[in-house]
Design a protein around this ligand. Structure first.
Ligand code: FAD
Length: 455
Protein backbone atom coordinates (compact mmCIF):
# COMPACT_ATOMS: atom_id res chain seq x y z
CA UNK A 1 0.00 0.00 0.00
CA UNK A 2 2.74 2.43 0.90
CA UNK A 3 4.41 1.63 -2.41
CA UNK A 4 1.38 2.77 -4.35
CA UNK A 5 1.26 6.00 -2.44
CA UNK A 6 4.93 6.56 -3.20
CA UNK A 7 4.63 5.65 -6.87
CA UNK A 8 1.57 7.86 -7.22
CA UNK A 9 3.32 10.69 -5.41
CA UNK A 10 6.31 10.42 -7.76
CA UNK A 11 4.20 10.25 -10.93
CA UNK A 12 1.78 13.01 -11.66
CA UNK A 13 -1.58 11.75 -10.49
CA UNK A 14 -4.90 12.76 -11.94
CA UNK A 15 -7.10 14.49 -9.39
CA UNK A 16 -10.81 13.77 -9.07
CA UNK A 17 -13.53 14.35 -6.55
CA UNK A 18 -15.08 10.94 -7.21
CA UNK A 19 -13.74 7.84 -8.97
CA UNK A 20 -16.38 5.21 -9.79
CA UNK A 21 -15.07 1.69 -10.36
CA UNK A 22 -17.53 -0.29 -12.53
CA UNK A 23 -19.66 0.99 -15.40
CA UNK A 24 -22.56 -1.47 -15.20
CA UNK A 25 -26.06 -0.03 -14.90
CA UNK A 26 -25.60 1.17 -11.33
CA UNK A 27 -22.13 2.76 -11.66
CA UNK A 28 -23.08 4.37 -14.98
CA UNK A 29 -26.33 5.71 -13.51
CA UNK A 30 -24.44 7.35 -10.65
CA UNK A 31 -21.98 9.02 -13.04
CA UNK A 32 -24.83 10.22 -15.28
CA UNK A 33 -26.81 11.57 -12.33
CA UNK A 34 -23.79 13.67 -11.29
CA UNK A 35 -23.41 15.34 -14.67
CA UNK A 36 -24.47 18.78 -13.42
CA UNK A 37 -22.94 18.44 -9.97
CA UNK A 38 -19.80 20.42 -10.67
CA UNK A 39 -17.76 17.48 -9.35
CA UNK A 40 -14.86 16.05 -11.33
CA UNK A 41 -15.46 12.36 -12.00
CA UNK A 42 -13.69 9.34 -13.42
CA UNK A 43 -15.27 6.01 -14.27
CA UNK A 44 -13.18 2.87 -14.64
CA UNK A 45 -14.73 -0.06 -16.49
CA UNK A 46 -12.81 -3.30 -16.86
CA UNK A 47 -14.75 -4.52 -19.87
CA UNK A 48 -16.25 -2.66 -22.75
CA UNK A 49 -19.85 -1.70 -21.92
CA UNK A 50 -22.72 -3.66 -23.35
CA UNK A 51 -23.65 -3.42 -26.98
CA UNK A 52 -21.62 -0.34 -27.50
CA UNK A 53 -21.87 -0.74 -31.26
CA UNK A 54 -23.89 2.42 -31.65
CA UNK A 55 -21.98 4.53 -29.21
CA UNK A 56 -19.44 6.78 -30.81
CA UNK A 57 -16.92 8.98 -29.10
CA UNK A 58 -17.51 12.67 -28.82
CA UNK A 59 -14.67 14.82 -30.15
CA UNK A 60 -14.94 17.28 -27.31
CA UNK A 61 -14.57 14.68 -24.67
CA UNK A 62 -11.80 12.97 -26.56
CA UNK A 63 -9.78 16.16 -26.75
CA UNK A 64 -10.44 16.76 -23.07
CA UNK A 65 -8.99 13.34 -22.38
CA UNK A 66 -6.10 14.03 -24.69
CA UNK A 67 -5.36 17.18 -22.75
CA UNK A 68 -5.25 15.26 -19.51
CA UNK A 69 -3.21 12.37 -20.90
CA UNK A 70 -1.17 13.82 -23.73
CA UNK A 71 0.72 10.55 -24.30
CA UNK A 72 -2.12 8.15 -23.82
CA UNK A 73 -5.18 9.70 -25.37
CA UNK A 74 -5.91 6.70 -27.55
CA UNK A 75 -5.50 4.12 -24.81
CA UNK A 76 -8.51 5.35 -22.93
CA UNK A 77 -10.43 6.74 -25.84
CA UNK A 78 -14.18 6.76 -25.39
CA UNK A 79 -14.48 5.14 -28.80
CA UNK A 80 -16.07 1.79 -28.12
CA UNK A 81 -14.72 -1.39 -29.68
CA UNK A 82 -17.10 -3.46 -31.76
CA UNK A 83 -18.42 -6.97 -31.48
CA UNK A 84 -17.81 -7.63 -27.84
CA UNK A 85 -20.37 -9.68 -26.06
CA UNK A 86 -19.42 -9.08 -22.48
CA UNK A 87 -22.42 -7.52 -20.87
CA UNK A 88 -22.48 -6.02 -17.45
CA UNK A 89 -25.31 -7.39 -15.41
CA UNK A 90 -26.02 -11.03 -14.84
CA UNK A 91 -23.21 -13.46 -14.33
CA UNK A 92 -23.88 -16.22 -16.76
CA UNK A 93 -22.49 -19.66 -16.23
CA UNK A 94 -22.87 -20.14 -19.96
CA UNK A 95 -21.10 -18.09 -22.59
CA UNK A 96 -23.07 -14.98 -23.46
CA UNK A 97 -25.33 -15.03 -26.48
CA UNK A 98 -23.36 -14.81 -29.68
CA UNK A 99 -20.18 -16.20 -28.16
CA UNK A 100 -21.68 -19.66 -28.00
CA UNK A 101 -24.81 -21.14 -26.61
CA UNK A 102 -25.60 -24.43 -25.03
CA UNK A 103 -25.09 -27.29 -27.49
CA UNK A 104 -28.75 -28.30 -27.53
CA UNK A 105 -29.89 -24.77 -28.24
CA UNK A 106 -27.70 -24.11 -31.23
CA UNK A 107 -30.72 -24.51 -33.48
CA UNK A 108 -32.62 -21.90 -31.47
CA UNK A 109 -33.71 -18.92 -33.51
CA UNK A 110 -31.79 -15.83 -32.43
CA UNK A 111 -34.07 -12.89 -31.99
CA UNK A 112 -32.49 -9.57 -31.20
CA UNK A 113 -34.37 -9.25 -27.91
CA UNK A 114 -32.06 -9.22 -24.92
CA UNK A 115 -32.79 -12.11 -22.56
CA UNK A 116 -31.42 -9.92 -19.75
CA UNK A 117 -34.33 -7.72 -18.88
CA UNK A 118 -35.28 -5.72 -15.78
CA UNK A 119 -38.56 -4.81 -14.22
CA UNK A 120 -37.77 -1.14 -13.65
CA UNK A 121 -39.76 0.36 -10.78
CA UNK A 122 -41.43 3.79 -11.20
CA UNK A 123 -38.83 5.24 -8.77
CA UNK A 124 -35.92 3.89 -10.82
CA UNK A 125 -37.56 5.17 -13.96
CA UNK A 126 -37.79 8.68 -12.50
CA UNK A 127 -34.12 8.48 -11.50
CA UNK A 128 -33.15 7.46 -15.05
CA UNK A 129 -35.37 10.19 -16.48
CA UNK A 130 -33.57 12.82 -14.42
CA UNK A 131 -30.28 12.03 -16.15
CA UNK A 132 -32.03 11.76 -19.55
CA UNK A 133 -31.21 8.04 -19.96
CA UNK A 134 -34.81 6.82 -19.98
CA UNK A 135 -35.79 9.20 -22.77
CA UNK A 136 -33.13 7.63 -24.98
CA UNK A 137 -34.77 4.21 -24.88
CA UNK A 138 -36.90 3.06 -27.78
CA UNK A 139 -40.45 3.20 -26.42
CA UNK A 140 -41.43 0.32 -28.71
CA UNK A 141 -39.11 -1.97 -26.77
CA UNK A 142 -40.48 -1.17 -23.34
CA UNK A 143 -43.45 -3.04 -21.88
CA UNK A 144 -45.54 -1.71 -19.01
CA UNK A 145 -46.56 -4.19 -16.30
CA UNK A 146 -50.17 -3.37 -15.54
CA UNK A 147 -50.94 -6.31 -13.36
CA UNK A 148 -49.05 -8.89 -11.36
CA UNK A 149 -50.44 -12.33 -10.48
CA UNK A 150 -48.64 -14.47 -7.97
CA UNK A 151 -49.64 -18.10 -7.42
CA UNK A 152 -48.83 -20.41 -4.54
CA UNK A 153 -48.43 -24.11 -5.16
CA UNK A 154 -51.93 -25.03 -4.01
CA UNK A 155 -53.74 -22.47 -6.11
CA UNK A 156 -53.57 -19.55 -3.66
CA UNK A 157 -53.36 -16.25 -5.49
CA UNK A 158 -52.18 -12.70 -4.85
CA UNK A 159 -52.93 -9.99 -7.38
CA UNK A 160 -51.66 -6.46 -7.76
CA UNK A 161 -53.11 -4.16 -10.35
CA UNK A 162 -51.99 -0.69 -11.38
CA UNK A 163 -55.63 0.24 -11.85
CA UNK A 164 -56.47 -0.76 -8.27
CA UNK A 165 -53.48 1.20 -6.99
CA UNK A 166 -54.50 4.26 -9.01
CA UNK A 167 -51.31 4.31 -11.06
CA UNK A 168 -50.58 3.76 -14.74
CA UNK A 169 -48.16 0.84 -14.37
CA UNK A 170 -46.54 -1.25 -11.65
CA UNK A 171 -43.19 -1.38 -13.44
CA UNK A 172 -41.69 -1.25 -16.92
CA UNK A 173 -39.78 -4.09 -18.52
CA UNK A 174 -36.66 -2.84 -20.30
CA UNK A 175 -33.68 -4.59 -21.86
CA UNK A 176 -30.30 -4.56 -20.14
CA UNK A 177 -28.28 -3.63 -23.20
CA UNK A 178 -30.64 -0.78 -24.20
CA UNK A 179 -30.32 0.70 -20.70
CA UNK A 180 -26.54 0.29 -20.78
CA UNK A 181 -26.34 1.95 -24.16
CA UNK A 182 -28.52 4.89 -23.12
CA UNK A 183 -26.42 5.51 -20.00
CA UNK A 184 -23.11 5.20 -21.80
CA UNK A 185 -24.23 7.65 -24.46
CA UNK A 186 -24.79 10.18 -21.69
CA UNK A 187 -21.42 9.42 -20.09
CA UNK A 188 -19.68 10.08 -23.38
CA UNK A 189 -21.22 13.52 -23.62
CA UNK A 190 -20.42 14.39 -20.04
CA UNK A 191 -17.94 17.25 -19.58
CA UNK A 192 -17.09 16.50 -15.96
CA UNK A 193 -16.26 12.82 -16.55
CA UNK A 194 -13.23 10.90 -17.80
CA UNK A 195 -13.93 7.35 -18.92
CA UNK A 196 -11.23 4.72 -18.55
CA UNK A 197 -12.15 1.58 -20.47
CA UNK A 198 -11.21 -1.03 -20.84
CA UNK A 199 -9.02 -0.47 -17.79
CA UNK A 200 -8.15 -2.62 -14.79
CA UNK A 201 -7.38 -1.53 -11.29
CA UNK A 202 -4.08 -2.70 -9.81
CA UNK A 203 -3.93 -1.22 -6.32
CA UNK A 204 -5.76 1.08 -3.96
CA UNK A 205 -4.47 2.89 -0.90
CA UNK A 206 -6.06 5.32 1.50
CA UNK A 207 -4.87 8.25 3.54
CA UNK A 208 -6.73 10.78 5.67
CA UNK A 209 -7.22 13.20 2.82
CA UNK A 210 -7.49 11.02 -0.32
CA UNK A 211 -7.62 7.59 -1.91
CA UNK A 212 -5.03 6.62 -4.48
CA UNK A 213 -5.90 4.21 -7.25
CA UNK A 214 -3.33 2.73 -9.56
CA UNK A 215 -4.41 1.17 -12.84
CA UNK A 216 -2.68 -1.85 -14.30
CA UNK A 217 -1.15 0.35 -16.99
CA UNK A 218 0.55 2.41 -14.28
CA UNK A 219 -1.68 5.49 -14.34
CA UNK A 220 -2.52 6.92 -10.92
CA UNK A 221 -5.76 8.57 -9.89
CA UNK A 222 -6.25 10.55 -6.69
CA UNK A 223 -9.80 10.92 -5.42
CA UNK A 224 -11.67 12.15 -2.40
CA UNK A 225 -14.07 9.24 -2.78
CA UNK A 226 -13.87 5.84 -4.46
CA UNK A 227 -17.23 4.31 -5.33
CA UNK A 228 -17.25 0.53 -5.71
CA UNK A 229 -19.87 -0.25 -8.38
CA UNK A 230 -17.94 -3.26 -9.61
CA UNK A 231 -20.54 -5.96 -9.17
CA UNK A 232 -20.97 -8.94 -6.92
CA UNK A 233 -17.28 -9.92 -6.76
CA UNK A 234 -16.27 -6.32 -6.08
CA UNK A 235 -12.54 -5.65 -6.08
CA UNK A 236 -13.06 -2.30 -4.33
CA UNK A 237 -14.99 -4.01 -1.52
CA UNK A 238 -12.11 -6.40 -1.07
CA UNK A 239 -9.51 -3.62 -1.02
CA UNK A 240 -11.57 -1.72 1.54
CA UNK A 241 -11.57 -4.79 3.79
CA UNK A 242 -15.37 -5.20 3.75
CA UNK A 243 -16.40 -8.82 3.60
CA UNK A 244 -19.08 -11.33 4.49
CA UNK A 245 -19.79 -14.89 3.45
CA UNK A 246 -22.43 -15.04 0.70
CA UNK A 247 -25.39 -17.38 1.18
CA UNK A 248 -25.65 -19.71 -1.79
CA UNK A 249 -29.33 -20.03 -2.70
CA UNK A 250 -28.60 -23.41 -4.31
CA UNK A 251 -30.57 -22.08 -7.22
CA UNK A 252 -29.85 -20.76 -10.67
CA UNK A 253 -31.96 -18.29 -12.61
CA UNK A 254 -32.71 -19.68 -16.08
CA UNK A 255 -33.62 -16.86 -18.44
CA UNK A 256 -35.02 -16.93 -21.99
CA UNK A 257 -37.50 -15.02 -24.13
CA UNK A 258 -40.53 -16.54 -25.83
CA UNK A 259 -43.34 -15.50 -28.09
CA UNK A 260 -46.71 -16.73 -26.92
CA UNK A 261 -49.92 -17.75 -28.61
CA UNK A 262 -52.26 -15.88 -26.27
CA UNK A 263 -51.94 -12.16 -25.40
CA UNK A 264 -50.25 -11.41 -22.07
CA UNK A 265 -52.21 -8.15 -21.64
CA UNK A 266 -49.40 -6.54 -19.67
CA UNK A 267 -49.71 -9.10 -16.87
CA UNK A 268 -46.62 -10.43 -15.07
CA UNK A 269 -47.07 -13.93 -13.66
CA UNK A 270 -45.13 -15.69 -10.95
CA UNK A 271 -45.59 -19.25 -9.72
CA UNK A 272 -44.09 -20.40 -6.45
CA UNK A 273 -43.59 -24.11 -6.99
CA UNK A 274 -42.19 -26.78 -4.70
CA UNK A 275 -39.03 -26.96 -6.78
CA UNK A 276 -38.59 -23.38 -7.91
CA UNK A 277 -40.05 -20.01 -8.83
CA UNK A 278 -41.18 -19.27 -12.37
CA UNK A 279 -41.72 -15.69 -13.50
CA UNK A 280 -43.04 -14.66 -16.90
CA UNK A 281 -42.79 -10.96 -17.61
CA UNK A 282 -44.45 -9.16 -20.50
CA UNK A 283 -42.32 -7.83 -23.36
CA UNK A 284 -43.75 -5.72 -26.20
CA UNK A 285 -46.06 -7.53 -28.62
CA UNK A 286 -46.64 -11.19 -28.00
CA UNK A 287 -43.30 -11.72 -26.29
CA UNK A 288 -42.52 -12.86 -22.77
CA UNK A 289 -39.35 -12.96 -20.73
CA UNK A 290 -38.78 -15.85 -18.33
CA UNK A 291 -36.79 -16.09 -15.12
CA UNK A 292 -37.08 -19.60 -13.70
CA UNK A 293 -35.22 -20.03 -10.42
CA UNK A 294 -34.53 -23.72 -9.89
CA UNK A 295 -31.91 -25.93 -8.28
CA UNK A 296 -28.68 -26.33 -10.27
CA UNK A 297 -29.57 -29.84 -11.45
CA UNK A 298 -32.93 -28.74 -12.82
CA UNK A 299 -31.26 -25.70 -14.43
CA UNK A 300 -28.85 -27.97 -16.28
CA UNK A 301 -31.76 -30.22 -17.27
CA UNK A 302 -33.66 -27.27 -18.70
CA UNK A 303 -30.63 -26.06 -20.64
CA UNK A 304 -30.05 -29.51 -22.08
CA UNK A 305 -33.61 -29.79 -23.45
CA UNK A 306 -34.36 -29.41 -27.13
CA UNK A 307 -36.00 -26.11 -28.04
CA UNK A 308 -39.40 -27.77 -28.40
CA UNK A 309 -39.12 -29.63 -25.10
CA UNK A 310 -38.07 -26.47 -23.27
CA UNK A 311 -41.07 -24.59 -24.70
CA UNK A 312 -43.38 -27.38 -23.60
CA UNK A 313 -41.92 -27.52 -20.09
CA UNK A 314 -42.30 -23.77 -19.62
CA UNK A 315 -45.81 -23.68 -21.11
CA UNK A 316 -46.79 -26.60 -18.83
CA UNK A 317 -45.31 -24.99 -15.72
CA UNK A 318 -47.29 -21.85 -16.64
CA UNK A 319 -50.47 -23.98 -16.74
CA UNK A 320 -50.76 -23.19 -20.46
CA UNK A 321 -52.30 -19.80 -19.71
CA UNK A 322 -50.15 -18.31 -22.50
CA UNK A 323 -51.08 -21.07 -24.96
CA UNK A 324 -48.24 -22.39 -27.06
CA UNK A 325 -44.84 -20.83 -26.46
CA UNK A 326 -41.99 -20.41 -28.94
CA UNK A 327 -38.41 -19.76 -27.90
CA UNK A 328 -36.99 -16.55 -29.41
CA UNK A 329 -33.67 -16.26 -27.54
CA UNK A 330 -31.44 -19.05 -26.23
CA UNK A 331 -31.72 -19.91 -22.55
CA UNK A 332 -28.90 -19.13 -20.13
CA UNK A 333 -28.50 -19.75 -16.39
CA UNK A 334 -27.16 -17.53 -13.62
CA UNK A 335 -26.12 -18.63 -10.13
CA UNK A 336 -28.12 -16.94 -7.37
CA UNK A 337 -26.85 -15.92 -3.96
CA UNK A 338 -27.46 -13.48 -1.16
CA UNK A 339 -24.78 -11.21 0.21
CA UNK A 340 -25.41 -9.05 3.25
CA UNK A 341 -22.48 -6.89 4.28
CA UNK A 342 -21.82 -5.59 7.79
CA UNK A 343 -21.28 -2.11 6.23
CA UNK A 344 -21.28 -0.51 2.79
CA UNK A 345 -18.76 2.24 3.46
CA UNK A 346 -15.16 2.43 4.65
CA UNK A 347 -12.54 5.17 4.75
CA UNK A 348 -13.10 7.11 1.49
CA UNK A 349 -15.11 4.24 -0.01
CA UNK A 350 -18.82 3.79 -0.71
CA UNK A 351 -20.31 0.66 -2.27
CA UNK A 352 -23.35 0.68 -4.55
CA UNK A 353 -25.32 -1.92 -6.51
CA UNK A 354 -24.34 -5.57 -6.47
CA UNK A 355 -21.02 -4.61 -4.84
CA UNK A 356 -23.09 -3.61 -1.80
CA UNK A 357 -25.78 -6.33 -1.79
CA UNK A 358 -26.91 -9.43 -3.67
CA UNK A 359 -30.47 -10.69 -3.49
CA UNK A 360 -32.79 -13.24 -5.08
CA UNK A 361 -34.35 -11.99 -8.34
CA UNK A 362 -37.83 -13.14 -7.32
CA UNK A 363 -38.94 -9.61 -6.49
CA UNK A 364 -37.03 -8.05 -9.43
CA UNK A 365 -35.38 -5.63 -7.02
CA UNK A 366 -31.61 -6.15 -7.53
CA UNK A 367 -30.89 -3.36 -9.95
CA UNK A 368 -33.70 -1.21 -8.52
CA UNK A 369 -32.06 -1.35 -5.10
CA UNK A 370 -28.77 -0.45 -6.80
CA UNK A 371 -30.38 2.56 -8.48
CA UNK A 372 -31.67 3.66 -5.08
CA UNK A 373 -28.08 3.47 -3.73
CA UNK A 374 -26.89 5.59 -6.65
CA UNK A 375 -29.75 8.07 -6.24
CA UNK A 376 -29.08 8.47 -2.52
CA UNK A 377 -25.33 8.85 -2.93
CA UNK A 378 -25.78 11.36 -5.77
CA UNK A 379 -28.17 13.32 -3.58
CA UNK A 380 -25.72 13.44 -0.66
CA UNK A 381 -22.81 14.37 -2.92
CA UNK A 382 -24.63 17.24 -4.59
CA UNK A 383 -26.20 18.44 -1.38
CA UNK A 384 -23.06 18.59 0.78
CA UNK A 385 -23.61 22.12 1.98
CA UNK A 386 -20.42 23.66 3.34
CA UNK A 387 -18.50 20.38 3.28
CA UNK A 388 -16.37 20.21 0.16
CA UNK A 389 -14.86 16.80 0.84
CA UNK A 390 -16.80 14.11 -1.08
CA UNK A 391 -15.20 11.39 1.03
CA UNK A 392 -16.01 13.04 4.34
CA UNK A 393 -16.62 10.41 7.03
CA UNK A 394 -19.87 12.02 8.15
CA UNK A 395 -21.23 12.09 4.62
CA UNK A 396 -20.41 8.38 4.25
CA UNK A 397 -22.07 7.60 7.57
CA UNK A 398 -25.17 9.40 6.37
CA UNK A 399 -25.15 7.33 3.15
CA UNK A 400 -24.81 4.13 5.16
CA UNK A 401 -27.65 5.11 7.49
CA UNK A 402 -30.00 6.14 4.70
CA UNK A 403 -29.53 2.92 2.73
CA UNK A 404 -29.49 0.38 5.55
CA UNK A 405 -33.20 -0.12 6.02
CA UNK A 406 -34.13 -0.43 2.36
CA UNK A 407 -31.35 -2.92 1.62
CA UNK A 408 -32.16 -4.96 4.70
CA UNK A 409 -35.90 -5.00 3.92
CA UNK A 410 -35.37 -6.12 0.34
CA UNK A 411 -32.90 -8.84 1.31
CA UNK A 412 -35.00 -10.13 4.18
CA UNK A 413 -38.15 -10.18 2.03
CA UNK A 414 -36.59 -12.03 -0.89
CA UNK A 415 -34.72 -14.44 1.40
CA UNK A 416 -37.85 -15.10 3.46
CA UNK A 417 -40.08 -15.65 0.44
CA UNK A 418 -37.58 -17.95 -1.24
CA UNK A 419 -37.22 -20.07 1.89
CA UNK A 420 -40.91 -20.05 2.66
CA UNK A 421 -41.96 -21.24 -0.77
CA UNK A 422 -39.06 -23.48 -1.80
CA UNK A 423 -39.62 -25.70 1.22
CA UNK A 424 -41.38 -29.05 1.34
CA UNK A 425 -42.66 -28.79 4.94
CA UNK A 426 -46.46 -29.38 4.66
CA UNK A 427 -47.22 -26.93 7.48
CA UNK A 428 -45.29 -24.15 5.74
CA UNK A 429 -46.95 -25.15 2.49
CA UNK A 430 -50.39 -24.43 3.97
CA UNK A 431 -49.27 -21.34 5.82
CA UNK A 432 -47.69 -19.69 2.80
CA UNK A 433 -50.72 -20.29 0.62
CA UNK A 434 -52.97 -18.97 3.36
CA UNK A 435 -50.65 -15.96 3.60
CA UNK A 436 -51.03 -15.21 -0.10
CA UNK A 437 -54.81 -15.43 0.06
CA UNK A 438 -55.04 -13.30 3.19
CA UNK A 439 -52.71 -10.66 1.77
CA UNK A 440 -54.78 -10.64 -1.40
CA UNK A 441 -57.81 -9.54 0.60
CA UNK A 442 -55.99 -6.87 2.59
CA UNK A 443 -55.94 -3.90 0.26
CA UNK A 444 -54.03 -1.58 2.66
CA UNK A 445 -51.28 -4.20 3.11
CA UNK A 446 -51.07 -4.69 -0.64
CA UNK A 447 -50.77 -0.95 -1.08
CA UNK A 448 -47.98 -0.85 1.49
CA UNK A 449 -46.07 -3.65 -0.26
CA UNK A 450 -46.45 -1.91 -3.60
CA UNK A 451 -45.41 1.41 -2.16
CA UNK A 452 -42.05 -0.04 -1.17
CA UNK A 453 -41.51 -1.85 -4.47
CA UNK A 454 -42.45 1.27 -6.48
CA UNK A 455 -39.63 3.35 -5.05
C1 FAD B 1 -31.48 -14.20 -13.30
C2 FAD B 1 -31.48 -12.81 -12.76
C3 FAD B 1 -32.57 -11.98 -12.98
C4 FAD B 1 -32.58 -10.67 -12.48
N1 FAD B 1 -33.67 -9.88 -12.70
C5 FAD B 1 -33.73 -8.64 -12.18
C6 FAD B 1 -34.89 -7.79 -12.37
O1 FAD B 1 -35.87 -8.13 -13.02
N2 FAD B 1 -34.88 -6.56 -11.78
C7 FAD B 1 -33.80 -6.13 -11.04
O2 FAD B 1 -33.87 -5.02 -10.49
N3 FAD B 1 -32.68 -6.88 -10.89
C8 FAD B 1 -32.61 -8.12 -11.43
N4 FAD B 1 -31.49 -8.88 -11.25
C9 FAD B 1 -30.32 -8.32 -10.54
C10 FAD B 1 -29.44 -7.45 -11.44
O3 FAD B 1 -29.00 -8.21 -12.55
C11 FAD B 1 -28.22 -6.89 -10.70
O4 FAD B 1 -28.63 -6.41 -9.45
C12 FAD B 1 -27.58 -5.74 -11.49
O5 FAD B 1 -27.14 -6.18 -12.75
C13 FAD B 1 -26.37 -5.16 -10.73
O6 FAD B 1 -25.82 -4.08 -11.44
P1 FAD B 1 -24.41 -3.46 -11.02
O7 FAD B 1 -24.16 -2.33 -11.96
O8 FAD B 1 -24.38 -3.22 -9.56
O9 FAD B 1 -23.35 -4.62 -11.24
P2 FAD B 1 -22.86 -5.31 -12.61
O10 FAD B 1 -23.95 -5.31 -13.60
O11 FAD B 1 -22.25 -6.60 -12.23
O12 FAD B 1 -21.75 -4.29 -13.13
C14 FAD B 1 -20.47 -4.25 -12.60
C15 FAD B 1 -19.53 -3.65 -13.63
O13 FAD B 1 -18.24 -3.48 -13.02
C16 FAD B 1 -17.24 -3.93 -13.93
N5 FAD B 1 -16.12 -4.36 -13.10
C17 FAD B 1 -16.04 -5.44 -12.31
N6 FAD B 1 -14.86 -5.46 -11.66
C18 FAD B 1 -14.18 -4.36 -12.06
C19 FAD B 1 -12.91 -3.81 -11.75
N7 FAD B 1 -12.09 -4.39 -10.87
N8 FAD B 1 -12.53 -2.66 -12.36
C20 FAD B 1 -13.37 -2.04 -13.22
N9 FAD B 1 -14.57 -2.51 -13.55
C21 FAD B 1 -14.98 -3.65 -12.99
C22 FAD B 1 -17.90 -5.06 -14.71
O14 FAD B 1 -17.27 -5.24 -15.97
C23 FAD B 1 -19.33 -4.53 -14.85
O15 FAD B 1 -19.49 -3.75 -16.00
C24 FAD B 1 -31.45 -10.18 -11.75
C25 FAD B 1 -30.35 -11.01 -11.55
C26 FAD B 1 -30.36 -12.31 -12.03
C27 FAD B 1 -29.16 -13.19 -11.81
Amino acid sequence: MENIAMICAMKSSLQYDVVIVGGGLVGASLAASLKDSGLSLALIEAGPPANRRDVSSTPDHESACAARFPDEATSHSTRLPKNVNQVAGYHSILPPVGEGVHESLRDAPIDDWDSRIYAISPGSRRFLEQSGAWQRLDANRIAPVEEMRIFGNTGAKLEFSAYQMGITELACIAENRALQLALWQILQEQDNLDLFHPARCAALSFSDDAARLMLEDGRCLNAKLIVGADGRDSWVRNQAGISAAPVDYQQQGVVANFSCELPHRGIAHQWFQDDGILALLPLPGDRLSMVWSVNPEKAQELLALSVEALCEQVAGAAKHIMGQMTLITPAAAFPLRMLTLPKITAQRVALIGDAAHNMHPLAGQGVNTGFRDARQLAHLLTDRGACNDCGDAQLLRRYERKRKEDIYTMQATTYGLKNLFCNSDPLLRNLRNLGLNVTDHLVPLKKLLMQHARN
